[in-house]
Design a protein around this ligand. Structure first.
Ligand code: ABC
Ligand code: CA
Length: 482
């Protein structure tokens, strides 16, 4: 699948171990509401069969793609940070993690997803292998357990990443702090061709539609040209950095990246009514300056490495504004599992607690955030291709409000939160709509706004987001009962 094909999709990020257990073999007590830091770093029993069983839950939520955690076999040893339940600690690249199921079950998952028109993006980790606690990584004894990288010369000389400003340090040294992840020597041509061969095999064998590349900033840019080409599918790299110039420099070596620079603004701006929305203007301008194509950036509000949005604020009006922005701004929205039930990652909001099992939600499809997300996804589904290919245009801004036009839509978000306010605004239509045209708010269908005699849009802001669209263009499409 190509970038252009992915552009119209929305991605649900799920952690295989935490999403759903195999039907008939559930232990729903396992990992539910566990606040013990050590225990939550262990397997909770989610499986590929569990995902298959809950594909309709994802489909009804309106997603047409999923990003699943890495699937390869992990190092099994106990460590100070628990075990590799998350999938980022590989031992055997050509075997499937038996905790999640068999290779055939994984193939069936992809097949079942495709039958429901859900694409599958696989998380791949070419930077390092899994850690072994309390052992010297530069010994034959240590590296012999890995496949295919079982020789000392397959790895960089051990050092710690301790200087984030020094790209040499970031690329050649080990992540993981006091439990170092053995860093592959991705300058060694043998290692490079082995990794390229592997990703090609993985994508073909299981029929994946895209790859999410872990730790993209920890390998030199030029490595990615061959790697992404070998994969043959759309790629989104994780360059975990707030500098748009730096993150943007990776686009081209891979199709796209996660929207880290925008994310840096989203959480502070939408969780804190005191923050200044003019920063959003700057962030969007910076994105356009430094990325070749912002329409395919993987935008997110939170994820398994970030604090839960709903931990930072419990104001659901703010959450709905942030969701509206991230799901309709230029880019491919990525929504993290549990958002639809307002999970907050108790008690800290962060790793390891932001990776809750989903089963305590009982997979309810009637919770307010589930319905809210489903509604926006349904709206995206009926929009014409021009919505996704055209970039947003700022429509109105002040310290609290960020509103934008995108194709025929006018999207109004703010960070006032739920304060029962009532502000009247006139947004200039700039000739976009004829006098008398009726716009309907697809978030609250009873709200309709008529374009005034000066071609402008008179709106009343109460703190909730608005997604306005010409009513006549929605006829017959099932949105708001039209
Ligand atoms: C475990 C424990 C942690 C413990 C750690 C040492 O070991 O759980 O509590 O602190 C996997 C597991 C983790 C595990 C790690 C290490 O492995 O999921 O639970 O942590 O064993 C990817 C994945 C991530 C995965 C790995 C490793 C990589 O998404 O799930 O972790 O395969 C860096 C990397 C990034 C990585 C992330 C976890 O660490 O670059 O690829 N994610 C700064 C740095 C970033 C750094 C980030 C950490 O902090 O510039 O390089 O990411 O959050 C600014 C902040 C900055 C921040 C930027 C993005 O935003 O001020 O701190 O970036 O606003
Ligand atoms: Ca590296």
């Amino acid at each position: 699948r190509t970038a252009a094909e992915w552009r119209t999709r929305t991605i649900y990020q799920l952690l295989t171990d935490r999403f759903a257990q195999t039907p008939g073999q559930e232990n729903l007590q396992l990992c539910s509401n566990n606040e013990n830091e050590y225990e939550v770093r262990h397997y909770c029993g989610g499986t590929f069969l569990g995902i298959v069983n809950k594909l309709d839950y994802i489909k009804d939520l309106g997603f047409d793609a999923i990003w699943i955690s890495p699937v390869v076999k992990q190092v099994e040893g106990e460590t100070r940070y628990g075990v590799g339940w998350h999938g980022y600690w590989a031992q055997e690249l050509y075997q499937i993690n038996p905790h999640f199921g068999t290779a055939d079950e994984l193939k069936n998952l992809v097949k079942a997803a495709h039958e429901k028109d859900i694409w599958v993006m696989i998380d791949v980790v070419p930077n390092h292998m899994g850690p072994q606690d309390g052992k010297n990584p530069r010994t034959e004894e240590y590296v012999k357990i890995y496949n295919p990288f079982n020789k000392i010369e397959d790895y960089h000389f051990y050092c710690d990443i301790n200087n984030p400003g020094d790209q040499g340090n970031v690329e050649y040294c080990s992540l993981g702090g006091n439990l170092p992840l053995p860093d592959l020597d991705t300058e060694n041509p043998v290692v490079v061709s082995e990794l390229n061969k592997w990703v090609k095999w993985l994508v073909k064998e299981f029929d994946f539609d895209g790859i999410r590349i872990d730790t993209a900033k920890h390998i030199r840019h030029s490595f990615w040209d061959g790697f992404t080409q070998s994969s043959g599918v759309f790629s989104i790299g994780e360059v975990a950095d707030s500098n748009p110039g730096f993150v943007g420099s990776y686009q081209g070596h891979m199709d796209s990246t996660l929207g880290y620079p925008l994310f840096q603004k989203l959480q502070p701006l939408y969780t804190n009514p005191g923050a200044n929305m003019y920063e959003m203007r700057n962030a969007i301008n910076d994105n356009r300056r430094f990325f070749k194509d912002t329409s395919i950036l993987g935008n997110f509000l939170d994820g398994h490495d970030q604090p839960r949005f709903n931990h930072i604020t419990q104001d659901k009006v703010l959450f709905r504004n942030a969701l509206t922005f991230v799901m309709l701004m230029d880019g491919i929205p990525i929504i993290y599992q549990g958002s639809e039930h307002d999970f907050m990652g108790r008690p800290t909001g962060r790793d390891p607690f932001n990776r809750e099992a989903l089963w305590p939600s009982s997979y309810s499809q009637s919770s307010p955030s589930y319905k809210f997300i489903a509604n926006i996804n349904a709206f995206r589904k009926v929009l014409p291709g021009t919505f996704f290919s055209s970039l947003s245009i700022e429509a109105w801004i002040n310290e609290h409000i960020y509103a934008f036009f995108k194709d025929k839509a006018l999207i109004i978000t703010s960070n006032y939160g739920g304060n029962n306010l009532n502000i009247n605004l006139i947004i200039q239509g700039n000739g976009r709509w004829p006098v008398g045209e009726v716009l309907i708010n697809i978030i609250r269908c009873e709200e309709k706004i008529t374009i005034d005699e000066s071609h402008n849009v008179p709106v009343q802001i109460d703190g909730e987001p608005k997604v306005l669209y010409p009513e006549k263009d929605l006829k017959g499409l099932g949105i708001c009962g039209l």
